[in-house]
Design a protein around this ligand. Structure first.
Ligand code: F6R
Length: 250
């Protein structure tokens, strides 16, 4: 098995492709269970989904979402919390029911229990139908940093130095970047029926090449996706620049 690779000309095209896949999957299954990512990469896709909702009537009223992760210690009204990100960049612009949106609670007094409850909530709706992923420059997916076990579940994780540096661009200073997060596990994430991973820019090229063409190893978490039966990487040309070219394109 291998991942499929779709190389687009620009970030804009990548975003539109991703949004088209999400939209057609929602049209086929209005009560879709959708796994969502935050960060810079999916923002264009979310903008396009909002446009489709406004101009084409894309209906989120029965969609249920689960986000990958949340920083520990950031409340939902903190501008860098992932709950705030989702509300601002997608949820409040479409007709999704807020009670159908799930983001782990980074302020929980009992994070362990919160993680178990998150797994239970996913189990209750069955399985994630479509999971949107980004990728860290170190190959992480969600906040599963290198060496995360492939069968890990939602849990408290520590961010790697590289991720802290990468994410400092969203904060006033690197000291403000939380050091820990709640993250869906590798096992949780890869159980989704269908996965699309988005990567843009030269900074992701090495992680993408290793994940698509390298050895399957916990050193490069996204390499596990090679074993998934339905996983597509949607890349722009820069993110695809280190692939050997022997990948399955479509
Ligand atoms: C975000 C997440 C992360 C990001 C990754 C890439 O919910 O789980 O794995 O997808 O760090 O982030 P960006 O898109 O900002 O480069």
């Amino acid at each position: 098995m291998s991942v499929k690779v779709l190389i687009t000309k620009s970030y804009d095209e990548l975003s539109k492709k991703a949004a088209e896949i999400v939209a057609s999957t929602i049209r086929n299954k209005p009560n879709l269970v959708l796994g969502l990512a935050t960060g810079g990469t999916p923002m264009g896709c979310y903008r396009e989904l909002i446009r489709m909702h406004r101009e084409e009537g894309l209906d989120f009223s029965e969609v249920v979402t689960f986000n990958l992760d949340e920083y520990i210690g950031l409340s939902p009204d903190h501008p860098q919390s992932y709950r705030y990100f989702m509300d601002e960049n997608l949820f409040r612009h479409v007709n999704i029911r807020m009670e159908n949106t799930h983001v782990p609670d980074g302020m929980s007094k009992d994070p362990r229990k919160t993680c178990e409850e998150y797994e239970d909530a996913i189990r209750k709706v069955g399985r994630i139908d479509l999971q949107l992923l980004g990728i860290g420059s170190n190959g992480h997916i969600a906040f599963n940093e290198p060496s995360s076990p492939f069968d890990s579940r939602t849990r408290v994780v520590s961010l790697s130095e590289r991720t802290i540096k990468d994410n400092a661009r969203f904060f006033k200073s690197i000291d403000e970047v939380p050091r820990q997060a709640l993250s869906m596990g590798m096992g949780t994430t890869t159980e989704a029926r269908k996965i699309i991973l988005l990567a843009s820019g030269a900074g992701k090229a090495e992680a993408v090449a290793k994940s698509v063409e390298g050895k399957i190893t916990t050193d490069v978490p996204a390499s596990v996706l090679q074993k998934h039966p339905d996983c597509t990487f949607i890349l722009d040309e820069e993110a695809a620049s280190k692939l050997s070219g022997k990948v399955t394109k479509f």
